[in-house]
Design a protein around this ligand. Structure first.
Ligand code: ZN
Length: 357
């Protein structure tokens, strides 16, 4: 379990993780009614198919996918890669909503051919949920698929910075439209009961909040990318760690920690990758016999990688630590919190904000 998600299996070699809220929701649904549970399970499968279409398109374009995470409100395919080509991003982003609309279309046709009853209601539900998933995802606002489709389309002509700025503007228009629509809802007579209007309004506010967060994150990441142009991860590495040989025992680790007082211990495995010795999990430590039992994977990144790409790799790791190498040799350690602070100070400095007050 990492980041609140539980790995449930692999499809086409892609690890699938389920957020614990989703699991809890499904258990509660099954407890109260089998039908409700089945409906949630079907929703889960529809979101999974949507995400798989993104992931498989990415893999087809030689873009690595580290995992698919399914949340109660949708899913995310986590790209384990540096910047992708806009033309490829366009395809990866567009295929998801198209897949949902296509599935919706199939269920729409099926509704016409199933005799009335429970099955029709379920098929009808699948039709509606997929059409909704398709439409919701194609709205041209960050962080939706549609926002990425628009940005990658604009990128050819305007470059990434301006393309992101334009898409952020369109995102704000979308949020304004949702808010205006929500207010209008209460002024138009005969459009449902007051309580149904209230719950719809609440949903809309949650969506606007979600869109605003996604837009801000996207803008910030592009800003960081522009302002740190030419800066390499090698600028930010620290030598404050200890190395331990792969075949060491726990007693060696104890001696090393006593002598060196380092908080972070790395180990080079036979696969020539550097691993982190897990000192954060005392239970695993007590069960372990040797160092190799408590190694956890961390990104190994080349010293020549630029800072935003390195941050992306580091943030995809639970420990937010990366081994930085040059020609396969370890030159230092980069941590997410340190790079974050370094970049923030660098940006303040560039904007002429005096750093001495
Ligand atoms: Zn999507």
């Amino acid at each position: 379990m990492a980041n609140g998600s539980v790995r449930i299996g692999k499809i086409f070699g892609i690890p699938i993780e389920l957020h614990w809220l989703f699991i809890l929701l499904m258990l509660i649904a099954f407890y109260f009614s089998i039908l409700l549970g089945v409906i949630l399970l079907l929703l889960f499968i529809c979101v999974l198919i949507h995400e798989l279409s993104h992931s498989l398109t990415a893999i087809g374009n030689k873009v690595n996918i580290s995992k698919i995470i399914l949340l109660p409100i949708g899913g995310a395919s986590i790209i384990d890669d540096t910047r992708i080509d806009p033309a490829i991003e366009f395809n990866i982003s567009l295929v998801g909503p198209l897949m949902s609309l296509f599935l919706g279309g199939i269920f729409g046709v099926l509704v016409l051919f199933t005799p009335p009853g429970l099955i029709t209601s379920i098929v009808q539900y699948l039709f509606e949920i997929n059409i909704l998933l398709g439409i919701f995802n194609i709205i041209p606002a960050f962080p939706m698929d549609g926002g990425r489709v628009l940005r990658s389309y604009l990128e050819k002509k305007h470059g990434m910075y301006e393309a992101t700025a334009i898409t952020a503007k369109v995102s704000r228009y979308c949020m304004a439209l949702i808010l205006i629509g929500t207010v209008a809802l209460f002024f138009i007579p005969n459009t449902g009961s007051f309580s149904s209007k209230e719950s719809l309004a609440l949903w809309n506010l949650i969506i606007v909040f979600f869109l605003y967060q996604g837009m801000s994150a996207e803008q910030e990441s592009v800003e960081v990318r522009m302002e740190t142009k030419g800066m390499l991860v090698s600028e930010t590495v620290t030598q404050n760690y200890a190395l331990i040989p792969y075949n060491s025992k726990l007693s060696d680790l104890y001696r090393l920690m006593k002598a060196k007082k380092e908080h972070i211990v790395l180990c080079k495995a036979p696969d020539n990758q550097y691993y982190l010795v897990d000192l954060f999990n005392n239970q695993a430590l007590r069960r372990a016999g040797q160092i190799k039992d408590i190694l956890v994977q961390i990104p190994n990144i080349p010293a020549s990688m630029n800072i935003p790409d390195a941050m992306g790799r580091i943030d995809s790791n639970v420990y937010r630590i990366a081994a930085v190498t040059r020609g396969g040799r370890l030159i230092g350690l980069a941590t997410g919190s340190h790079i974050g602070a370094y970049v923030a100070l660098h940006m303040m400095n560039r904007r002429g904000k005096p750093l001495n007050n």
